[in-house]
Ligand binder design. Structure first.
Ligand code: HEC
Ligand code: HEC
Length: 401
């Protein structure tokens, strides 16, 4: 198969597209010492309550899970003091009812600067060895959080000084939460511990109770109807080929968990042609933006399709969206499912037509195939069965504010 398998052993975690500011470059020994104390203070009370069929996620040794850290992270994820002007938090672009996506084609940060790519959903990010749409160097949640916090290209949360630490220190709530998580609020409220707690919270965001999961892993054979089962079989068959890139328990070929080798891939699924990519800036050209290799143009990580029924608009640039007539934000009486059904019909139509004429396309897998409209609708019904309502409403992941 014509997979582009990237085995890039980069010694640096240099972040392209994120100009880290001088004030937070100095990673002091104090920070490391405090992290070590934090490990001692809070390790070992964490029990993974994983859905059937889910492997244990890998957790970095320097940031073990703990209940207190996850709870602190849940607050910080939604804390607007974590932005340059107290107006936004991670939760502004990652909304629980949308599986932590945001329903927009492109989000903007505190200065209204528009991000070149679509906000990603965060279901099961614990299993992703490479984060974001197209950055193979982005290997940990602990590091990734720095991009929205401090990145200047584009500005997202726009933090430009250490005053956010002082703001947290001044709140009794955080003095308690940091003490619970790390042992000593005075010393523990620092930039690294903020990121580590947010990472722990995100690692806890496991989604595995969709209708599909009940059918496949909980032995409830009536959880899917006949159409959804036909769609599942088409999805996993050699006509439509979807499972090659969106396979496994997390519906993506990028995965890493206990005992398994790390795997990550980037593909072009042909949503644009060569002329399109020649005309857009580098930050919209996928893997090429990081490698500068022409044949990497238009290649992106295949997203996990979990909760796909609420994560529209689809693709890195929101190329596939419902028509206004089905958009719940525009038309009264339409639901998220109406919008997703419309947009997913377009997505499956895209794949069955074989997509655009793009030279970097995985053309053994992305090529025209023949299914009837009714089979296409079966596939859409199956995709909609991947929504986990419990995840979208679980108070464990909700904003405390
Ligand atoms: C302005 C909107 C915005 C804000 C604020 C924001 N994000 Fe994001 N998030 C995005 C976008 C856009 C992407 C895709 C990034 C890319 O491809 O470069 C993303 C991607 C991610 C990913 C990668 C998911 C994956 O599947 O690989 C994680 C994790 C994440 N964000 C966490 C956070 C955290 C933690 C915060 C707060 C510290 C945050 N985000 C704040 C818009 C935002
Ligand atoms: C060769 C690998 C490959 C195959 C085969 C493939 N996809 Fe994809 N898929 C991708 C990539 C890569 C993206 C992201 C592309 C982008 O954002 O530009 C994607 C995106 C999607 C999305 C949007 C996800 C989101 O969060 O925005 C859906 C839905 C989807 N694919 C469904 C399918 C279905 C259904 C099939 C089978 C008919 C299929 N894919 C076959 C690689 C593949």
């Amino acid at each position: 198969m014509n997979f582009t398998k990237l085995r890039i052993f980069l010694l640096s975690v240099l972040m392209t597209g994120c100009n880290v500011l001088p004030f937070q470059k100095k990673e002091s020994n104090d920070n490391l010492m405090l992290a070590a104390l934090g490990i001692l203070a809070s390790a070992s009370d964490w029990v993974w309550d994983l859905p059937p069929g889910f492997p244990v996620p890998n957790v970095p040794a320097e940031n073990p899970m703990s209940k207190a850290k996850v709870e602190l992270g849940r607050h910080l994820f939604n804390e607007k003091a974590l932005s340059g002007n107290d107006t936004m938090s991670c939760g502004s672009c990652h909304i629980q009812s949308l599986a932590f996506a945001d329903g927009k084609d492109f989000p903007s940060g505190i200065t209204s600067e528009v991000h070149p790519r679509n906000s990603q959903h965060l279901s099961n990010v614990a299993y992703l060895p490479r984060l974001t749409w197209n950055n193979p160097r982005m290997t940990s949640l602990e590091v990734q959080a720095r991009v929205p916090m401090f990145g200047e290209n584009p500005i997202e949360l726009g933090i430009s000084s250490n005053s956010f630490i002082d703001k947290l220190k001044s709140k009794e709530l955080y003095r308690t939460l940091f003490t619970n998580a790390y042992g000593n609020a005075d010393a523990a409220v620092n930039e690294q511990n903020v990121r580590f707690a947010i990472a722990s919270f995100q690692r806890s965001m496991i989604s595995g109770n969709s209708k599909y999961d009940q059918y496949a892993f909980r032995n409830n054979k009536s959880a899917l109807n006949a159409s959804e089962i036909r769609g599942l079989n088409l999805f996993n068959g050699e006509v439509a080929e979807c499972f090659h890139c969106h396979g496994g328990f997390n519906f993506t070929d990028t995965s890493f968990h206990g005992g398994s080798p790390e795997e990550f891939f980037y593909h072009s699924n042909g949503i644009h042609d060569d002329a399109y990519y020649a005309g857009v800036p580098s930050n919209k050209r996928g893997l090429y933006d990081l490698t500068g290799i022409a044949s990497d143009t238009g290649k992106f990580r295949a997203p996990s399709l979990r909760n796909i029924g609420v994560t529209y608009p689809y693709m890195h640039d929101g190329s596939f969206m419902c028509d206004n007539a089905n958009n719940p934000n525009i038309t009264i009486g339409k639901t998220k499912t109406d919008c997703a059904r419309d947009a997913l019909t377009k997505v499956v139509d895209h794949y069955r037509s074989g997509g655009q004429n793009h030279s970097a396309k995985d053309s053994t897998l992305i090529r025209a195939f023949t299914i009837t409209n009714s089979q296409r609708d079966d596939m859409v019904n199956f995709l909609l069965s991947l929504t986990d309502e419990e995840f979208l409403t679980n108070p464990k992941f909700a904003s405390p504010f």
